[in-house]
Design a protein around this ligand. Structure first.
Ligand SMILES: Nc1nc2c(ncn2[C@@H]2O[C@H](COP(=O)(O)OP(=O)(O)O)[C@@H](O)[C@H]2O)c(=O)[nH]1
Ligand SMILES: [Mg+2]
Length: 255
């Protein structure tokens, strides 16, 4: 697709173009077949998180019509991005970042309204940090999903903590609250499922940003099917991919 040139030169070392709305909290929800969860997730956000808040739903043309539910809500605080030309969790999060305007940016799964209850504490922690990760393994956190998923997650995160360090215990949490300026230092890699989180958090730590964990409890999804473990094969494949992401971050950290 041909690019339109503007002739504008951005000076070396400039931060990202600044269209930030100070004080606005942008919350990104990537969705695929979350028809049964999305309304409650959005309503919970507005009932718990202090305004001003914008919710950005990035839906990949879900066959179950998740996008339609959001469209019908017709809430001016909600931005809907319906992607039809690409798919994937990581690239959806990045698209949400591109659309966001808040000086604080957050994201988590669209199937877990319960985790929103921890967000006020995460926002308080952000007063003295750049990145706040919702952590199942910090003191007080827990994982109440089925034992196989809990064990796999513990093994992966145990390895990540050993290999990557910085005291982070939940390297693939996927629940985060951060300051927009973090994107001047690190951006998630827009490919794959939840692997992006490992490299992203590691880069934030490596670049000297203040990354802290706040405990939360991960429960089974309210309704619908998990996209990371709809089958044993997909689950195992992702396990290998997450392990590789840990080693890739350590051995080929990039700039
Ligand atoms: N936009 C988009 N979102 C996705 C895709 N796959 C999963 N998601 C969303 O990513 C989040 C995590 O997926 P989920 O099924 O909960 O995975 P799990 O938590 O590992 O069981 C949920 O909000 C999903 O709806 C995708 O291909 N595109
Ligand atoms: Mg989930």
């Amino acid at each position: 697709m041909p690019e339109e040139g503007t002739g504008k030169v951005i000076p070396a070392g400039s931060p990202l173009p600044d269209r930030t709305v100070q004080g606005l909290i942008s919350i990104i929800l990537a969705t695929y077949d979350e028809r049964e969860n999305i309304r409650k997730s959005i309503e919970t956000i507005f009932s718990i998180i202090p305004a001003p808040v914008e919710v950005i739903v990035v839906d990949d043309d879900s066959p179950d019509g998740t996008w339609k539910v959001v469209e019908e809500m017709a809430d001016p605080r909600v931005v809907l991005v319906r992607r039809t030309r690409t798919r994937g969790l990581a690239s959806a999060i990045v698209r949400g970042i591109v659309e966001s305007r808040g000086s604080i940016v957050c994201w988590w799964d669209a199937d877990m309204p319960k985790c929103v209850e921890r967000v006020p504490d995460m926002l308080s922690a952000l007063e003295t940090a750049d990145v706040v990760v919702g952590s199942r393994y910090a003191e007080g956190g827990s994982d109440e999903r089925d034992p196989v998923r809990v064990l796999t997650s513990k093994l992966l995160n145990g390895m990540a903590t050993l290999v990557l360090g910085y005291g982070i215990r939940d390297y693939d949490s996927g629940v985060v609250v951060l300051r927009r300026r973090v994107f001047d230092y690190a951006l998630p890699e827009p490919s794959g499922f939840g692997e992006y989180f490992i490299g992203f958090i590691y880069t934030c730590c490596r670049k000297g940003l203040r990354v802290v964990e706040v405990p939360y409890t991960l429960t089974e999804r309210d309704r619908g099917i998990s996209k990371s473990s709809p089958s044993l094969l997909r689950f195992l494949r992702l396990g290998v991919s997450y392990s590789m992401a840990i080693w890739k971050a350590r051995l080929f950290p990039g700039d």
